[in-house]
Design a protein around this ligand. Structure first.
Ligand code: FAD
Length: 313
């Protein structure tokens, strides 16, 4: 059976959810072969095997932390040459897209970015023009390189062999072109990562600059905090928390939009959420066209009451 390479996004051996989603999609095309690089790569084997990786190619070297993406591209190219896969799947993070683009150029392949689905073929679905249209395409040259947006597929356990094998990598001269001089970890909020959270509580311009009520509601639910672009542009919340066309795509079990009108660019990043709740004082706000449950009211009255009620349970 044909094999499909899956690039593993992990932090010190802890595999991130978007990679497990890629394994679900890869199984539709062939046998997933995972490629895990850098410190902790050897620790990824068990969870990757549980989710369908037939083989896990690992390579640990300080170059992956010392330099930017080129060593990872070198390693993926080595994996492509060793495996001759039917496709290469990479998570659609900023780094993932840079790695995928450089790899496609090196191996003379076509690339499709920001896929929301991948079927046999591989036929790739993208959601375009702020989710107004979906397109289906195929790469017509070389081994397809495809980046997939987070939350595009379910994580499905599928126990497999997951044989861990060492990948042989010779770094190119270009690898050392850009050296990382310092890494400053972001201050942890203790909340889940936005794209991986089961519940997202978001705030918009209606908050008037004070995310306190939204953060308290999020913490009562163990949720991540999201923000509209209006709130981010006003400097009320970091860009890393922006949901939408030019922010992150989320697809949680529950999305609670507070003081957000529901512009098409915001919807593009959250409309696939399983259950959508909105609190807005304007009964005509477009967000209400999308919701499962809507509360017409002042969020500064409604949200604290909701938080108190949740805390009693
Ligand atoms: P508004 O549209 O101003 O809505 C605020 C809402 O709060 C209103 O509905 C109001 O009734 C309600 N409200 C006010 N006070 C209260 C209160 N006390 N209680 C309850 N409700 C209250 N936007 C994104 O979010 N994400 C993106 O990624 C994004 N990308 C974009 C890309 C492009 C190219 C462009 C052109 C735009 C993009 N936008 C994006 C911006 C988008 O068009 C909207 O401007 C933005 O989403 C509006 O944010 P908002 O809903 O917070 O603000």
């Amino acid at each position: 059976m044909t094999e499909v390479l899956v690039y593993v996004d992990h932090v010190a051996g802890a595999v991130r959810k978007p990679t497990l989603e890629l394994l679900t999609l890869a199984r539709r095309i062939g046998e997933p072969v995972a490629v895990a690089l850098g410190a902790g790569a050897a620790d990824t084997g068990a969870v990757l095997a549980e989710h369908g990786a037939t083989r896990v190619l690992i390579h640990e070297a300080s170059e992956y932390a010392d330099y930017l993406v080129v060593p990872k591209v070198d390693a993926l190219q080595a994996a492509v040459e060793a495996v001759s896969p039917a496709a290469v799947l990479v998570p659609s993070s900023a780094e993932g897209k840079e790695i995928a683009a450089r790899l496609a150029l090196r191996i003379g392949s076509g690339i499709i970015t920001d896929a929301v689905d991948v079927e046999e073929g591989p036929v790739v679905t993208q959601s375009v023009f702020a989710a107004s249209f979906t397109t289906k395409s195929r790469v017509s040259k070389g081994i397809p390189v495809i980046t997939v947006k987070p939350n595009s597929a379910a994580v499905e356990p599928a126990p497999s062999a997951g044989a861990v094998e060492a990948l042989s990598v010779a770094f190119s001269a270009r690898a050392a072109g850009t050296r990382v001089t310092a890494r400053t970890p972001r201050e942890s909020t203790g909340r889940p990562e936005l794209t991986e959270a089961a519940i997202v509580v978001s705030g918009g311009r209606g908050l008037g600059g004070d995310f306190g009520a939204v953060e308290e509601l999020a913490d009562s639910l163990g949720a991540a905090v999201g923000a509209s672009r209006a709130a981010v542009d006003a400097g009320w919340y970091p860009h890393t928390n922006q949901v939408g066309q030019t922010g992150k795509s989320v697809s949680p079990q529950l999305y609670i939009a507070n003081g957000i009108s529901g512009a098409i660019q915001h919807r593009a990043g959250m409309q696939t959420s399983k259950t959508i709740v909105a609190v807005n004082k304007d009964a005509e706000a477009p967000i209400f066209d999308l919701v499962d449950y809507g509360v017409v009211g002042d969020l500064f009255d409604v949200v604290p009451q909701l938080t108190e009620e949740i805390k009693t349970r």
